[in-house]
Write a protein that binds this ligand. Structure first.
Ligand code: BEZ
Ligand code: FE
Length: 305
């Protein structure tokens, strides 16, 4: 039998009661002993250990247990192929960021990872270098450029860069009912590992909060708003896939707090404001519109790190 420290604490209960509770935990943990998949066995036994410890620690009432089941049921009902309430729940509990942390150990100067979020789409259009990801989405134009290299400093020509972001009204394309594809694209780094594209200057927006996760945030007086950001997923042969964002230096929401705990100092970038009429890097005519520019040099860790 696998021995797991069940961490039974007295929590003010009698020794006899503590023993009853400890025996139940032991019994449930032992029920997984026959599982031949060692990883699954570890996951299930550890889950039971921590879940039971939580129930004992807070002395969970039956009414609270019923509320939790109702909450999860509601999360299930609102979830479909466009809305993923369980990812939101994981995000606001910091479970997503903890999973990112344990799976993306720091390697040299490799760019830090952050939360994936629910709005990536695998079929975003390809744009050429210098192309525009907006696809009609509203927002202030933003010139984004940088390099993709390995931790050895060598450029990674052909690295695939996926980018996606909300429009200035705070919505991703998938949140509109008209099937539009906007604010997302992929492109490839050139022979020197350089990339550049037009995006939108990121603005703060709330995570979807019209469901049970939103109700929970409201009940605990937490804001659903995310710090302004632009998502990246970068892949290159032999390198660890990087899922990250860049955040806007000076965005007050960074200080107030990001609802999903995604901000890392190294990912905060200057988005320099450019007055109307300032020449653009590629000669694009933006008329009387102001725009911004930013630089994001991406360093990928070796695969398997
Ligand atoms: C987002 O970045 O779009 C996002 C991340 C986590 C939850 C909801 C939205
Ligand atoms: Fe986002």
């Amino acid at each position: 039998m696998t021995t797991i420290n069940t961490g039974a604490a007295s929590n003010g209960v009698s020794a006899e009661q503590a023993e009853i509770e400890r025996q139940l935990t032991d019994q449930v943990i032992a029920s997984f002993d026959g599982c031949e998949n060692p990883r699954l066995r570890t996951l299930m036994q550890s889950l039971v250990k921590h879940l039971h410890a939580f129930i004992r620690e807070v002395r969970l009432t039956e009414a609270e247990w019923n509320s939790a089941i109702a909450f999860l049921t509601e999360a299930g009902h609102i979830t479909d192929d466009k809305r993923q309430e369980f990812i939101l729940l994981s995000d606001v509990l910091g479970a997503s960021m903890m999973t990112v942390a344990v799976n993306n150990e720091a390697v040299g100067n490799a760019t830090e990872a952050t939360v994936f979020g629910p709005f990536f789409a695998a079929d975003a259009p390809e744009i050429p270098l210098g192309g525009d990801i907006a696809g009609g989405a509203n927002g202030q134009p933003c010139w984004v450029e940088g390099t993709v290299t390995g931790t050895d400093g060598n450029p990674l020509p052909g690295a695939r860069i996926e980018v996606w972001e909300a429009d200035e009204d705070g919505f991703y394309d998938a949140q509109y009912a008209d099937g539009r594809i906007a604010g997302r694209a992929h492109l490839y780094a050139d022979a020197d590992g350089n990339y550049r594209f037009w995006g939108l200057t990121p603005t703060p927006y709330p995570i979807p909060h019209d469901g049970p996760v939103g109700k929970m945030l409201e009940a605990v007086h937490r804001s659903p708003v995310r710090a302004s950001h632009l998502h990246f997923m970068v892949t290159a042969r032999g390198k660890r896939t990087l899922v990250t964002h860049i955040f806007v230096e000076g965005d007050p929401q960074i200080e107030i707090g990001d609802s999903v705990f995604g901000v890392k100092d190294s990912l905060i970038k200057a988005f320099e404001q450019q007055a109307p009429g300032t020449p653009t890097p590629d000669g694009r005519d933006l008329g009387d519109r102001a725009w911004t520019r930013t630089r994001f040099d991406i360093v990928l860790a070796p695969e398997g790190c």
